[in-house]
Design a protein around this ligand. Structure first.
Ligand code: ARG
Length: 275
């Protein structure tokens, strides 16, 4: 059997160190304020991810963490960047509201001019995934269905709305990952996170998708980042490694156990700045 040769392309990422990371409130089923978090370990695991990106040739910019925003480490939620245009975030929960402002300020001070403050609730790349020509968009727990037409109008790309139905997979990026964004075909996802109609949509659009098992999804294995070849994902999602290799990808297991306590992993910590 011949496997496809996958090509990595250099990426720019925005991340925020978990300097003030804490689980003091619970806005998703993963968060238990009674469970202690090892902050030093969280920082070391996060640095490991950042350094791994850099070692692969990617650029990582860092956002200044804020003491009053303990979830800020989940930088993917702060905005969505496609072709240099920034759709800011508007959070569903008051605890995270300030993050949207911090992200927009970062873009303004880093030379980005096309920055939109959204009208409707959207949690950035938590619920928006980018393929070569589309935007896949989650709704049901966080982002408002009204954020989908707003994103379509702003980016001028077709938005495909997907209904999330399982509270453990409250953001699209916990249930689906785009593996090669130079195509509109290469994704992996967990069907159980989606409504029957959305599952049918995914089957139609992605007949060759890598389908994750419940166990790998529950390890947040789909909360992964791909550069087109290397796929960084939680190491506990062991069942995904071989199918990824068979498709020509190079899986790289990461341990982000402390950040899992906030309900996030590799992708949640990584916002992609698409030129
Ligand atoms: N504690 C955060 C929240 O519930 C985790 C966000 C995870 N981010 C993500 N992109 N799924 O909002």
């Amino acid at each position: 059997m011949r496997t496809t040769v996958r090509r990595a392309t250099a990426r720019r990422y925005l991340m925020c160190p978990p300097t003030y990371f804490k689980v003091t409130y619970s806005i998703n089923p993963w968060m238990d304020p009674a469970k202690p978090v090892d902050l030093r370990l969280a920082l070391a695991q996060w640095e490991d991810l950042r350094d791994r990106y850099r070692a692969l040739g990617h650029t990582v910019a860092e956002l200044e963490p804020r003491r009053d925003l303990p979830d800020m480490v989940y930088a993917a939620n702060g905005a969505t960047v496609v072709e240099g245009r920034i759709l800011g975030a508007r959070f569903a929960h008051a605890e995270r509201t300030g993050e949207a402002v911090a992200h927009r300020e970062w873009f303004h001070t880093h030379g980005y001019t096309d920055v939109r403050e959204p009208e409707h609730i959207n949690e950035g790349e938590g619920d928006f995934a980018v393929t070569s020509s589309w935007l896949l968009a989650g709704r049901g727990f966080r982002s408002s269905p009204l954020s989908h037409p707003e994103a379509q109008e702003f980016f001028g790309r077709p938005v495909i709305g997907l209904d999330l139905v399982d509270p453990r997979y409250y953001h699209l990026d916990t249930a689906l990952c785009v593996l090669d964004d130079s195509t509109d075909t290469e994704v992996m996802y967990y069907p159980g996170a989606f409504s029957p109609g959305s599952r049918a949509v995914l089957e139609r659009l992605f007949p060759d998708a890598l389908i994750a098992t419940e166990a790998d999804a529950a390890a947040l294995g789909l909360n992964a980042v791909s550069d087109g070849r290397h796929v960084l994902l939680p190491q506990a999602a062991v069942g995904l490694f071989e199918p990824l290799r068979q498709r020509g990808y190079e899986p790289i297991g990461m341990d982000l156990s402390e950040l899992l306590k906030g309900g996030g992993s590799v992708k949640c910590c990584t916002q992609e700045l698409r030129a």
